[in-house]
Write a protein of this length. Structure first.
Ligand code: APR
Ligand code: PHB
Length: 389
């Protein structure tokens, strides 16, 4: 088998890259370890920056998003029960789109199926070869049969635990990491959201977030310690804890119901450098992780593959390697700014074990500054709605 670009991983990064390349006549094969149902079963965040929305439009997979997605003009920030709205539209004339990552993935999978581009699901023992030469190869086992794909380039879009980053030779990669001493316990519930916009809340008992997937489906989170077990959290316990952490009005209006999904996600910041090794590129979660505060994960994956697609189109169309040569540097500049923002939002909104009272007063001062200064609010707004690509 032969293709121009072998893409490892059918998450949003791999599927969007495949779609952007297909629109420019560049053929790809996606090799995915799991089944389509498994990929669609993962519950992830659901806030799209304007740049991500534009990229999905460019990829011609935006119809359902525009019909069903919810445009949000701002968010609510709450600190020990004091709630304040940050109005993005008023501050900087930008908005975000609330549309679940699962739905973005579903739309991309559907478009790929219709186009007939090849995706090999349930590929086992995927391995990457010769990406330091002009003829890289990907090997895997499908239905018990060993196969090989020869290609011009490999795009490693296989997430944090994928094979791509770990295929890079020792010493060629530098990594930067911060692990937070807590996680997010999240539930999904078929009940209307408590408010029209997202509410990010700081409370001395810990962070809480009221989010949504649609006018009838809500997503809520509470900060829990890193060693917490999901089995110890009944729905009742979850709702009680959430109520205590948000403002009174929100607590009074919560529409509770049985959870249809409940899980704990650890929080981590991680960046690998560089993102290119010969003819292998890393993109999305394979390259970097952000804590979910600020919802940058999917948006970074989208902007990475937007850049990579441009670079590969330039390579094939204009026979120029300038784009691929600059890919790593260009992407990392934006990645580190999103890392900074996600770390900062995490720092002001969470409760840290063993923090002193001085640090808590600083968190309060940060909140008071944010809600009283247009300059500070504008900075949050421009980062939340997305820095330029
Ligand atoms: N071989 C083939 N596929 C693999 C392998 C492997 N060895 N390892 C992992 N994969 C697949 C996974 O099964 C998954 O479907 O790669 C895909 C990676 O998808 P994601 O983890 O969703 O990562 P990405 O596409 O970069 O999207 C980033 O996902 O984690 C969130 O916050 C993140 O929203 C962001 C988005
Ligand atoms: C979500 O809806 O899952 C969500 C929203 C915003 C975040 C993180 C997660 O910052």
């Amino acid at each position: 088998m032969r293709t121009k670009v072998a893409i490892i991983g059918a998450g949003p990064a791999g599927l969007l890259l495949g779609r952007l390349l297909e629109r420019q006549g560049i053929d790809t094969v996606i090799i995915e370890r799991r089944s389509p149902d498994y990929v669609l079963g993962r519950i992830r965040a659901g806030v799209l920056e304007q740049g991500t929305v534009e990229l999905l439009e460019k990829a011609d997979v935006s119809e359902r998003m525009h019909a069903e997605g919810l445009v949000h003009d701002g968010i609510e920030l709450c600190f020990d029960g004091d709630k304040h709205r940050i109005n993005f539209r008023e501050l900087i004339g930008r908005t975000v789109m609330v549309y679940g990552q699962t739905e973005v993935t579903r739309d991309l999978m559907h478009a790929r199926e219709v186009s007939g581009a090849q995706t090999i699901y349930e590929a086992e023992d995927v391995s990457l070869h010769d990406f330091d030469s002009d003829s890289p190869k990907v090997r895997f086992v499908k239905d018990g049969v060993a196969q090989e794909i020869a290609c011009d380039f490999i795009a490693g879009c296989d997430g944090y635990h994928g094979v791509s980053r770990s295929s890079v030779p020792d010493g060629a990669l530098k990594t930067f990491e911060r692990v937070y001493p807590f996680g997010w316990l999240g539930i999904l519930v078929d009940r209307p959201p408590v408010a029209e916009e997202l509410i990010y809340a700081h409370h001395e008992r810990g962070f809480a977030l009221c989010s949504m997937r649609s006018p009838t489906r809500s997503r809520y989170y509470v900060q829990v310690s890193a060693d917490e077990k999901v089995e110890d959290w009944s729905d009742e316990r979850f709702w009680d804890e959430l109520r205590r952490r948000v403002d009174q009005e929100t607590a009074d209006h919560l529409v509770i119901g049985p959870s249809i999904e409940k899980s704990i996600a650890p929080l981590r910041s991680f960046v690998a450098e560089p993102l290119r090794f010969g003819r292998l590129f890393l993109a999305g979660d394979a390259a970097h992780i952000v804590p979910p505060t600020g919802a940058k994960g999917l948006n970074l994956a989208a902007s990475d593959v937007g850049c990579l697609a441009e670079a590969l189109v330039e390579y094939y169309g204009e026979k120029s390697s300038a784009g691929i040569d600059h890919y790593s540097q260009r992407v990392l500049g934006r990645v580190w700014k999103a890392e900074r923002f996600s770390w900062w939002m995490t720092s002001i909104l969470h409760t840290f074990p063993d923090t002193d009272t001085f640090a808590r007063r600083l968190q309060r001062a940060e909140f008071d500054y944010l809600v009283s200064s247009d300059a500070a609010a504008r900075s949050l707004a421009e980062n939340y709605t997305g820095l330029p690509f």
